[in-house]
Design a protein around this ligand. Structure first.
Ligand code: OGA
Ligand code: MN
Length: 213
C-alpha cells in the first residue's frame, strides 16, 4: 500500500520515456534513431552556420586515421569537415550543446559508459560524396565510445541518396535518410556504418564522446 502511494507521487514519465526511446534501443541494438532531436528553427540556424563557414573556406577535406597514421583517401571518404568550438557561440549552439550534455548524462547514468569529453564537427558531402563502411573506433583502443550524427537537410527524399547505412547485429542493413532534426547515436566500437553516395549537398553535425584518457 505504502509503496504504491509513494510511486504515484514520483514523476517517472520522463525517465521511462527516455528509457524506452533511448536506452532500450541502445541496449538491444547498440544504436538509436531520434527523429526530432532538435527543433526546425534550431536546425535552420545550424545549417546557416555550416553554410556560412563553408563559404568562408573553413571546411577541410576529411582524412582517415589519427596522428602519424592520418592521411587523405578520396577512395574511402569524400566529405569536408569543420571542427566546432561550442564556446562563445550563439544561443542555438548553447541549446544544442545542452541537449548533447543531457544525452551524455542519461547514457552515463543508465549504461555506466563513462562518457567524459566530446568533440564535434560539421560535415559536408557534395554530390558524389560518400564514406565507405567503417567503425569510428578500434575495438579495445579506448577512445571514441559513443558517436552521434545530427542531420541538417531540409526536404530530403529517398532519390537524393546519401542514406546512413547501419549494419545491424543480425547482419542486415538499416538505411536512415539524413533528414533535418534526425539524430543517430551508436556505440562507436560496435556499429559499422556507411554514408551512401549522395546526389545532393548533404550536411550534418557529427560528434564523438570519449572516456577519460
Ligand atoms: C563519420 C560518419 C556519418 C554521417 O564522420 O565518421 O560516419 O552520416 N559520418 O555523416
Ligand atoms: Mn563514422
Amino acid at each position: 500500500m505504502l509503496i504504491s502511494a509513494v510511486n504515484t507521487r514520483i514523476p517517472r514519465v520522463s525517465f521511462s520515456e527516455a528509457h524506452m526511446n533511448i536506452i532500450d534501443p541502445l541496449v538491444d541494438e547498440h544504436f538509436v534513431v531520434l527523429t526530432d532531436f532538435i527543433t526546425p528553427s534550431m536546425c535552420t540556424a545550424l545549417l546557416n552556420e555550416a553554410e556560412h563557414k563553408f563559404n568562408q573556406n573553413k571546411f577541410k577535406p576529411a582524412g582517415i586515421g589519427r596522428n602519424e597514421d592520418f592521411h587523405y583517401s578520396e577512395m574511402r571518404r569524400s566529405d569536408y569537415t569543420y571542427w566546432l568550438n561550442f564556446q562563445n557561440q550563439n544561443k542555438y549552439f548553447t541549446e544544442v550543446y545542452q541537449k548533447f550534455q543531457n544525452l551524455k548524462n542519461l547514457i552515463n547514468k543508465e549504461l555506466f559508459l563513462g562518457l567524459f569529453t566530446e568533440e564535434f564537427h560539421f560535415a559536408f558531402y557534395p554530390p558524389g560524396g560518400f564514406y565507405e563502411s567503417h567503425t569510428d573506433s578500434f575495438r579495445g583502443s579506448k577512445n571514441r565510445l559513443f558517436s552521434v550524427v545530427l542531420f541538417l537537410n531540409e526536404g530530403w527524399n529517398e532519390s537524393d541518396g546519401g542514406a546512413l547505412r547501419l549494419t545491424k547485429k543480425d547482419g542486415s542493413s538499416l538505411y536512415i535518410l539524413p533528414k533535418s532534426g534526425t539524430l543517430v547515436g551508436f556505440l562507436s566500437e560496435e556499429v559499422e556504418h556507411e554514408v551512401c553516395l549522395t546526389y545532393r549537398n548533404r550536411w550534418s553535425l557529427t560528434g564523438w564522446f570519449r572516456c577519460r584518457e
